[in-house]
Design a protein. Structure first.
Length: 160
């Protein structure tokens, strides 16, 4: 059981702040499983920390259309903007690009007898979902993300 597993090694990383448009240096977020259990609800923990998947068409953001920024439920890192969101028909929030490559990591995922590319929050290592090469232009990518791994920050600015 990894309940007392040590957290990842802390280090400085550069991430992009989608609200200010600036990159900044921050420390990685490193918590024990016990600390994550205290911070997250059961479903958030199962998906974000244990690499689970929420059921299609059940997540809060799969059909969400408000303008703003999607951030990591675990550490608040900005991950995706609503301008890059599209309806993939899959039942999960789908984006054609992250706010910045600096804010995410990817890893090979060979679970369930299929090869996929897992998407993780770079700052805390949270499981976000997977990226596929069947998305729309301009990238041709589809970041298929679990709603439960996200929070949303509404863009309150009014255009002139």
């Amino acid at each position: 059981m990894d309940h007392h597993k040590s957290p990842r090694e802390e280090r400085d990383i550069k991430i992009f702040d989608a609200l200010t448009g600036d990159s900044k240096t921050v420390k990685t977020v490193n918590k024990t499983a016990e600390e994550w259990v205290e911070q997250l609800d059961d479903e958030q923990y199962r998906v974000a920390r244990k690499k689970g998947t929420e059921r299609a068409f059940t997540g809060k953001y799969w059909d969400y259309k408000t303008d703003g920024v999607y951030s990591c439920v675990c550490c608040g890192t900005h991950l995706f903007q609503s301008q890059a969101k599209f309806d993939s028909g899959t039942g999960w929030p789908s984006f054609w690009e992250p706010v910045a490559e600096d804010n995410i990591d990817t890893e090979d995922d060979n679970s369930y007898f299929v090869h996929r590319t897992e998407v993780l929050c770079r700052r805390c290592g949270a499981h976000l979902g997977h990226v596929f090469e069947d998305g729309p232009p301009p990238t041709g990518l589809r970041y298929c993300i679990n709603s439960v791994s996200l929070n949303f920050i509404e863009n309150k600015a009014k255009e002139g």
